[in-house]
Design a protein around this ligand. Structure first.
Ligand code: 3H9
Length: 696
């Protein structure tokens, strides 16, 4: 027997325990161990029934994701499952923690399932670009019906044990895992309970169910492969005999596991876990307990940020210098919550609890006892320094002082205080109560404790915290600048906004650069360009001519009814505008550019390769710790499709040599802004990819 699986006896019940930390994934060693343990139980004449449970913190969390794509080893998973289902001795699964993916599929091949109330079950394969490939799509609908099964496999949602019992996935819920499951097994044995095989249950669907489901979810599943394949499998369960359904599931699983979409989504799964690891801030770095926060600035950003903390039950004191600004800010927060209540997504009681988390002041002296203060005022260095000097005077020793700046230097802001070790950037993304990304910006002097606390509190309020370095625009916006900037050069070359946006939408982003500009407002960029005009290097080609001329017409985007596009009142659908087209064509003429046709492939390369190039520069400068951190930023903050894995994974998937060759072509044609990053050149010369940096 393998070390990964333990075999013991409790009277007439064999207790088989998987011991493969951290999550008892079904590695080759576990599969071999299970095969041997069930053989042993089968052969032992004193054993009348068997209980399968997970050692440590959980039942089995699924197949071992790290084994996908590697040569098969150990006992095939399907053989273990057939062995269990066909066992002539009754098997009970005893579930605590999570039974996910292959873990739940294993439990579904037991004759009965017992769970503690806190257990969760689910088939989350879709999130990895996969489908349950070990019978899950064939057995689940036989238990819960086709409609529910479709929802569960396409969402990957976890179901709490009590609800799973109502659905028929779990047979018994009880408090004591081992005692409870053994007692349950003994009772079933004593009653002579039948060896239930889910495969023997019928599975039916009403006509048209699957087509309707595909149609209703077409937008949600756009670009992904796995949701569609999951639906195909459930359809197979309802239309084919069990064994044929299993064969179809296997074939479609192979399609998924070998797909670029799944490779990308598995990359994202591990990237999300890597992002929390900081080499010089080890896991055991002490973190401050954040019991109370203060927000300086109650504008749109400050209010949105504060809501995250209130939602997590952390009291927030809002500070504005003027009472009317404070009142306005609080009214917006209240209205946001009220809208969510109206939509039925929040109860009035919960809203009242959240509103009760807020207090307000116009006096800095009142916020001194907060454990964390976040400044979210206008993006102006002098103002921020003034505020940080005031904070330095009032905040208690050890308080963390964060700025929500999206571009300014954390070191310069920290220089206004006598405690730069406590100063850090916490860059939230708009709308701050919705977007998952948080860039945590470390300054030169920021202490490990401050970093660990900022990263931790971000996670606590539901964000994905990514640590970045202190450079202009940090990681996300610095890269974005290259993307949106190149978009306008493409317009000058001959494309129109709707073509560029269409190509980027088809690539998988929620919207293209011009629709995004109209949503965010074009006036901010215009102000920045004007402010920077004097410092612009003379050899830098200016890409702002088109947006400048659009702004000169007071077209600032959706908020003024038009920008690159027109908008009808209360409708966000972009409508192409003839005047804007005329501006674009005139700019091409003024610059002596012969307008020509672009295809989608060229637009995508021109707009998105700058993300790769600037990403490489950022890595070279150490402003991001690893390529996958950049991917996490782009997926969670900028809507880059998860099934492409983020810009750096996407670059690897294309092949860095090919990306570099295109960039060199662009460099020759368009000049300096396309100079390939030295890191990119180096990786290609060494035959390496961004993933190799990750492993290093
Ligand atoms: C599948 O089952 C396919 C089958 O249908 C068909 C086969 C034919 N494999 O998340 P955490 C690692 S597909 C390998 O931080 P938590 C994880 O990387 C699978 N490793 O803990 C991390 O490593 P590290 C379907 C795995 O408590 C460590 O374990 N199952 C796996 O916050 C701790 O993880 C799923 O999709 C795995 N399956 O959350 C479930 N799972 O410490 C995926 C985890 O080196 N897993 N690791 O960074 C999860 O959702 C969460 O990990 C879980 C625990 C909820 C279990």
């Amino acid at each position: 027997m393998s070390d990964a699986v333990d075999y013991a006896k409790r009277g007439e019940i064999a207790v088989i325990t998987v011991n493969s930390p951290p999550v008892n994934a079904l590695s080759a060693a576990v599969r071999d161990g299970l095969g041997a343990a069930f053989d042993k139980g089968q052969a032992d004449n004193d054993v009348k029934g068997m209980v399968l449970l997970g050692g440590g913190r959980t039942f089995i969390a699924g197949a071992d994701i790290r084994e996908f794509g590697k040569p098969p080893q150990g006992k095939p998973f399907h053989d273990v499952l057939v062995q269990m289902e066909n066992s002539s001795k009754l098997i009970v699964a005893a579930i605590h923690g999570t039974a996910l993916g292959g873990g739940l599929e294993t439990a579904l091949c037991c004759h009965y399932r017992f769970a503690v109330p806190s257990a969760l079950v689910g088939l989350p394969e879709v999130k990895l670009g996969l489908l349950p490939g070990a019978g899950g799509t064939q057995r689940l609908p036989r238990l819960v019906g086709v409609q529910k099964a479709l929802d569960l496999v396409t969402s990957g949602d976890f179901v709490p044990a009590p609800q799973a019992k109502e659905l028929g996935i779990i047979d018994e819920v009880g408090d004591d895992l081992l005692e409870g499951a053994v007692a349950f097994a003994e009772k079933l044995v004593a009653e002579g309970a039948p060896l239930k095989k889910i495969r023997d249950l019928p599975c039916e669907a009403e006509a048209g169910v699957f087509e309707a489901y595909r149609k209703a979810n077409a937008r949600k599943f756009r670009g992904f492969l796995a949701p569609w394949k999951n639906i195909d499998c459930i359809e197979a369960a309802a239309t084919l005999p069990f064994d044929e359904g299993i064969a179809r599931e296997r074939a479609l699983f192979t399609d998924c596991v070998t797909s670029p979409e799944s490779a990308a989504q598995r990359h994202v799964f591990f990237a999300e876990r890597e992002v929390a690891k900081i080499p010089d801030v080890p896991k055991d770095t002490p973190m401050k307990d954040i019991k109370k926060i203060a927000m300086v600035g109650a504008g749109t950003m400050g209010g949105g940020i504060a809501m995250n903390f209130a939602n997590a039950g952390i009291p927030v004191m809002m500070l504005e210098v003027a009472q009317d600004a404070l009142d306005r800010g609080m009214a917006i927060i209240e209205r946001n919550y009220a809208n969510t209540v109206k939509k039925g997504r929040l109860s009035q009681e919960k809203m009242d609890q959240r509103m009760a988390m807020f207090s307000t002041t116009t006096d800095f002296a009142d916020i001194g006892d907060a454990d964390l203060v976040i400044e979210a005022v206008f993006e102006k260095m002098e103002l921020k320094k003034e505020i940080f000097a005031k904070l330095d005077a009032v905040m208690k020793p050890g308080a963390i002082m964060a700025s929500n700046t999206s571009t300014l230097s954390i070191d310069e802001i920290a220089s206004a205080t006598k405690r730069p070790e406590s100063v850090i950037g916490m860059h939230f993304f708009s709308p701050a109560n919705v977007m998952r990304l948080l860039e945590v910006v470390r300054g030169e002097a920021t202490s490990p404790e401050t970093i660990a606390t900022a990263m931790g509190i971000g996670r606590k309020v539901g964000k994905i915290s990514v640590l970045v370095g202190n450079c202009f625009g940090f990681v996300g916006n610095r890269m974005l600048h290259g993307y949106t900037g190149e978009g306008t050069f493409v317009l000058e070359g001959g494309a129109l906004p709707q073509q560029v946006d269409g190509a980027i939408y088809d690539f998988g982003l929620a919207m293209g650069p011009f629709a995004m500009g109209d949503m965010a407002g074009l006036d901010v960029g215009w102000l920045v360009r004007k402010a920077k005009a004097a410092d612009r290097p003379s050899n830098e080609e200016y890409g702002g001519t088109i947006p400048d001329r659009i702004c000169e017409l007071d077209r600032f985007g959706q908020k003024t009814g038009g920008g690159y596009y027109d908008y009808k009142e209360g409708d966000r659908t972009p409508i192409p505008n003839a005047e804007v087209q005329a501006i674009i064509e005139q700019v091409s003429k003024d610059k002596n550019i012969a307008r020509r046709d672009f295809d989608n492939d060229e637009i995508v390369k021109r707009c998105l390769y700058p993300l790769i190039n600037i990403g490489a520069q950022i890595l070279d400068e150490g402003m991001a710790m690893r390529p996958s951190d950049i991917d996490i930023i782009y997926i969670n903050g900028y809507g880059f499709p998860a099934y492409k894995g983020g810009p750096m994974h996407w670059a690897d998937a294309i092949g860095l040599d090919k990306v570099l060759a295109d960039m060199k072509r662009f460099h020759a044609e368009f000049g300096e802004r396309w100079r390939p990053a030295p890191l990119l050149e180096k990786l290609v010369a060494e035959g390496k990819s961004f993933a190799d940096l990750q492993a290093a």
